[in-house]
Design a protein around this ligand. Structure first.
Ligand code: DLL
Length: 467
């Protein structure tokens, strides 16, 4: 096995892993820290020079702070650079942050977001090669190799999930089934008939697949499926336990975002001690979201990423709004890539009810701690006479549903108590019949916020005449 050469130059890092000859040990995954820092610094300086020279927004921001690319002399200097935020991508829609001429751009993806204009992201040929290489490294870290049969149920299209996983799986030498999202009955048939060994999709969709498989009389536990690569949305340890138990598989958390590349920014290894960040391409920082200052290692804050090798759309200090913490690399797998804690929430996921900060993940954990409740739930926020209410609709198992009233009451009480204790807030729990909450084929939408809808019962929200 070839280990990494001690002297780091781009020549040693390239070529990125290619199909059959690929072995994780030949990648920067195991690079000693001093060499990784050296590589990061040379790439950081190059990317800052490129962004400054080619993207007006970066040049204006750096000029305003009186910083020039030459001022980046060590990695720590990154903290002097300005942040980039999501609205910068919206404000420069569609192509304003591109650092390559259109002739060099071979792919565009877009993310719709929930409000306003979409954001557009671009890739050169080289960017696509980097993306494929990190996805190969990610899949290999989960124990996949040629011979595996991978069902890719991430959506193909403008969403980065489908194509990102697709090229990674192919380049690894595995067999990829590009089934995309949806058509759940066909997914179950494919999983069974093609003897699928690995599944790529959102955790929410896999929960749905498990449920549908059971309804169709297919026991996923008895299929050759052994690995799931789940991401694109926050999920909790409780969901992992549910998936691993019901599916008889090992579930891996994969993280990424369109702005930075797509899936493949970070992945778990079989030790599941956080997600290893491919920090030779993505430089991580964790900051206090209020002050912008770096958080001490191990403490929670907002993840900020700098693309170290992106050509078409480099991003400097991009504020992801994802909440995590960074740890020193000491994983028994031997990877020296710094791990980050799983992303259980986004700073903009949080909602405030009667002065209390609430994250959907807190509610999810409280629900799944109660036997008889299913990982299908919806959070509904309403406002009556100026006062906010929080309702949690939770689906329950068919067994409890068909049980006596007493069992339903007990379950209702336990859920209410569990959620109220977790949040420190009064909630109204509604037990929902099995299959009554809409299933998602991609990212789940758990929160329905009706607080700003005009209600004619609520005088505080009815517009005053003449206003
Ligand atoms: O969701 C890319 C992706 C596809 C990642 C497939 C993993 C698997 P976007 O649509 O741009 O890209 O959404 C990015 O999704 O900022 C996080 O808030 C959230 N997210 C992605 N992966 C995870 C994860 C893709 N593993 C946004 N855990 C990110 C928690 C995640 N949240």
């Amino acid at each position: 096995m070839t280990l990494y050469s001690p002297s780091v130059t781009e020549r040693h890092v390239m070529p990125e892993p290619s199909s059959r000859a690929f072995h994780p040990a030949s990648t920067p995954d195991f690079l000693p820290a001093p060499q990784m820092r050296e590589l990061q610094l040379s790439r950081l300086r190059a990317v800052v020079r490129r962004a400054y020279a080619r993207v007006p927004l970066f040049r204006e921001r750096m000029d305003a702070l009186r910083i020039r690319p030459e001022d980046v002399r060590e990695l720590r200097d990154i903290e002097r650079l300005p942040f980039t935020v999501k609205t910068d991508l919206r404000d420069t829609y569609p192509f304003g942050l591109f650092a390559s001429p259109m002739d060099d751009i071979v792919r565009l993806h877009a993310s719709s977001g929930t409000t306003g204009k979409p954001i557009v992201v671009a890739y050169t040929r080289e960017d696509l090669d980097v993306w494929t290489s990190v996805m190969v490294r990610a899949m290999a870290a989960c124990g996949l190799h040629s011979g595996d049969i991978i069902q890719n149920a991430y959506g193909y299209g403008l969403f980065t999930g489908g194509l990102g996983a697709h090229y990674g799986a192919e380049s690894l030498g595995a067999t990829v089934i590009p089934v995309s999202g949806g058509n759940t009955d066909r997914q179950v048939a494919v999983m069974k008939d093609f003897r699928v060994t690995a599944m790529c999709c959102t955790p929410t969709y896999f929960v749905h697949l498990l449920e549908r498989a059971a309804e169709l009389g297919v026991s996923v536990r008895d299929l050759p499926l052994r690995i799931g690569i789940f991401g694109a949305e926050p999920w909790t340890e409780s969901i992992r336990r549910h998936i691993e138990r019901e599916g008889g598989i090992q579930a891996f958390d994969i993280y990424g975002l369109s702005e930075i590349i797509g899936p493949g920014v970070a992945i778990e290894c079989p030790f599941h001690r956080g997600l290893h960040i491919f920090e030779d391409h993505f430089y991580p920082e964790v900051i206090d979201p209020d002050t912008g200052r770096p958080m001490p290692e191990g403490e929670e804050g907002e993840l900020v990423l700098t693309t170290l090798s992106k050509q078409a759309m480099p991003l400097i200090r991009y504020r992801t709004r994802d909440i995590t913490s960074l740890y020193p690399a000491s994983c028994p797998c031997g990877r020296t890539l710094r791990p980050m804690a799983r992303i259980a929430r986004r700073s903009d996921d949080m909602f405030i009810v009667r002065g209390v900060n609430v994250f959907p993940s807190q509610i999810e954990s409280a629900i799944l701690a109660v036997e008889g409740a299913l990982p299908h739930y919806q959070i509904i926020l309403t406002r009556h006479k100026g006062l906010d209410s929080l309702e949690v609709q939770v689906e329950i198992t068919p067994e409890v549903f068909s049980d006596k009233i007493g069992a339903l009451e007990t379950l209702h009480d336990r859920l209410t108590r569990g959620i109220e204790q977790t949040l420190g807030l009064r909630v109204e729990v509604t037990l929902a019949a099995p299959r009554s909450i809409q299933r998602s084929e991609g990212k789940a939408k758990r929160v329905i916020d009706r607080r700003n809808e005009v209600s004619h019962e609520d005088p505080s929200t009815v517009p005053l005449p003449g206003k």
